[in-house]
Design a protein around this ligand. Sequence first.
Ligand SMILES: C[S@@+](CC[C@H](N)C(=O)[O-])C[C@H]1O[C@@H](n2cnc3c(N)ncnc32)[C@H](O)[C@@H]1O
Length: 273
Amino acid sequence: MTALGAQVTTLGDYLNAQRHLDRIDADALAAHVLEVGRAYLYTHPERDLGHEELARIDTLVAQRAAGTPLAYLTGHKEFWSLTLEVDTRVLIPRPETELLVEAALTRLKDGARILDLGTGSGAIALALAVERPDCSITATEHDPGALAVARRNAARHGCDIRFLQCDWFGDLDRQFEVILSNPPYIAAADPHLDSLSCEPRKALISGADGLDDLRIIVGAAPNHLTHQGWLLVEHGWDQAKRVRDLFRDAGFTALETRRDPAGHERITAGQIR
Ligand SMILES: C[S@@+](CC[C@H](N)C(=O)[O-])C[C@H]1O[C@@H](n2cnc3c(N)ncnc32)[C@H](O)[C@@H]1O
């Protein structure tokens, strides 16, 4: 017996019989295997599914039902206006990170130099590159696999981004008008990590309280910012006050924290004078 059941021979059968996944996931996996858009699924229910197609869908359905994120199964994820390639070397870009991009866009002067720390799939750097081609963007990442994904995404979208493999700021000696980061910020013992087991640990965990990397980034950023430059970071829903304290201790002013649609404080920005 397969995950789908024995009676599936057409696309319509598959969509009607699907009880293992929610409809969005079932549609996405069928569309991925058949290499069609979602509209095709509804307009071609009579489409025969060959043995090989059915076997491939079946395998993906089983993996999805076992908890593998949809984006790792299809190999892509929408972020901002972009379709990004993703695999298990990178964190799957999250919608709340678009708030970080929005907050940065309101602070970018013409021709600004931007630094994205821990670029992962390249999501933040690419979103800014397509919105503001007048700016120059540098993106750092310590994981070579993640950096390879980011480079592929930049090439796919024709974005000119300077990628560096290093530990946060590495030996960068230039200064930037805007620095952004969505660093790891989950505490090592956080029970939510169980539901994130497919994603890279180094993209998620940051010491006992989740703030080890934010301490490094906020503490070092003033040395890499121009006069009146901005640092913007994403953080956990319960970390905003501690992150604002880190910003103040490092000499930042004009602090602003933005909330996500659920009302949680998720993005903090500060200016160095
Ligand atoms: C939460 S993920 C964010 C990825 C991407 N910027 C995004 O928003 O989807 C954090 C990223 O920081 C990288 N990272 C972790 N520690 C780092 C370090 N010391 N130096 C540079 N990058 C690091 C991880 O490999 C991961 O890609």
